[in-house]
Design a protein around this ligand. Structure first.
Ligand SMILES: NC(=O)c1ccc[n+]([C@@H]2O[C@H](COP(=O)([O-])OP(=O)(O)OC[C@H]3O[C@@H](n4cnc5c(N)ncnc54)[C@H](OP(=O)(O)O)[C@@H]3O)[C@@H](O)[C@H]2O)c1
Length: 330
């Protein structure tokens, strides 16, 4: 592998643009090529980000021998297909959250990564935000005692246009896969184990996807995570970790936070502020490049087994709902 890590960007949507901007700030990264379903769109994206090669097909990017790692920024329903195509062509993959539509797809994606012996990671940006790592340090150091409860809310008012991905079931839309995944992943990171029991309610809206929902996860020592998520509701988007000796509030948006406060007896005793996080996307890309340079096939910050567990939890949450994605049907 050359000194610089050569990235390919697969798709030209809003987060691909942000990820490209993050890569542009990293001297050890080079965006070698971009691909879109449309050659003109790829060319426009390439011009904006100073990328030399623009492909009008995803396959052409997968087949480019210069590319080391591909960033997948497509809607959820295409993550498996796009990632497998790149990994079968020998590329490492950073795939946006939610990793797939369901656990069966996640198992398949991970199996292919192992068969091809390539790096694979779910792009769960929260894991790479510096402030979040410091909060985890507080928890591991016992600053709030034993963790008993986790609470997180991620809600927004998304575009209600049926063709947009957010609420379009054909594109894997819905609040659980789009936003609920952050809270589930957050609880998984803090408690560092899968739950024993999972219950969830979801409201299926007129577009046929879950507009909002809530889930309760219960763990083996009685710990509880309380999570809410919505795509047509304005709400606060903060997170809390409650312990026997105090609690931590992570300010909104908890997925890419800039402030966290630790409380004891309801008094603020410590504050963390970080406005230089690069939105976590830079750190996420750096983690991928570190793993590639060290020959790791997965990251300890977002292990594949944990991404799979998170997909299993989401399968359980939505099992009682009247929501079946076409990817669910084998
Ligand atoms: N990490 C984060 O903070 C973050 C934030 C937002 C979203 N995300 C995740 O990133 C992914 C993409 O989200 P986004 O908001 O960037 O979506 P978006 O703006 O709709 O972009 C998705 C892109 O996927 C490609 N695509 C391929 N097949 C498509 C189809 N049938 N319909 C629509 N687009 C299709 C398109 O690129 P081409 O036209 O170039 O082929 C499109 O621009 C999702 O997994 C989402 O959950 C992550």
């Amino acid at each position: 592998m050359s000194e610089k890590i050569k990235w390919g960007i697969l798709s030209t949507g809003q987060i691909s643009g942000k990820f490209a901007e993050a890569l542009e700030l990293l001297p050890e990264a080079e965006i070698c090529a971009v691909a879109s379903r449309n050659a003109g769109t790829a060319k426009k994206f390439a011009e904006k980000h100073g990328i030399l090669k623009a492909y009008g097909s995803y396959l052409a990017l997968a087949d480019d021998p210069e590319v080391d790692v591909v960033y997948i920024g497509t809607p959820h329903s295409f993550h498996l297909e796009n990632s497998v195509m790149c990994m079968r062509a020998g590329k490492s993959v950073l795939c946006e959250k939610a990793l797939t539509i369901n656990a069966r797809e996640a198992e398949e994606m991970i199996r292919v990564a192992r068969e091809e012996n390539v790096f694979l990671m779910e792009a769960m940006v929260t894991r790479h935000v510096l402030l979040v790592k410091k909060v985890l340090g507080w928890i591991r150091d016992g600053e709030i005692g034993e963790v008993r409860m986790v609470k997180a809310s991620f809600c927004k008012r998304a575009d209600f246009t049926p063709s947009q991905r957010h609420l379009n079931p054909g594109l894997g839309g819905g609040s659980l896969l789009d936003l609920g995944v952050y809270g589930i992943s957050f609880a998984s990171m803090v408690l560092n184990k899968p739950p024993e029991s999972v219950v969830g309610f979801g409201h299926i809206g007129s577009l046929g996807s879950d507009e909002q929902g809530a889930a309760l996860l219960k763990y083996d020592r009685g710990e509880i995570a309380e999570l809410s998520f919505a795509l047509r509701t304005d709400a606060v988007n903060d997170a809390y970790v409650f312990g026997t000796e105090g609690y931590i509030k992570i300010n909104e948006i908890f997925s890419i936070p800039t402030k966290a406060t630790r409380y004891r007896d309801d008094k603020a005793v410590a504050v963390l502020e970080d406005t230089s996080t690069g939105n976590g996307l830079m750190q996420e890309a750096e983690e991928v490049m570190r793993c590639l340079k060290e020959g790791l096939k997965e990251s300890p910050f977002m292990p594949l087994e944990e991404s799979l567990q998170i997909m299993r939890i989401m399968d359980k949450i939505r099992a009682p709902w009247e929501l079946t994605y076409s990817n669910d049907i084998q």
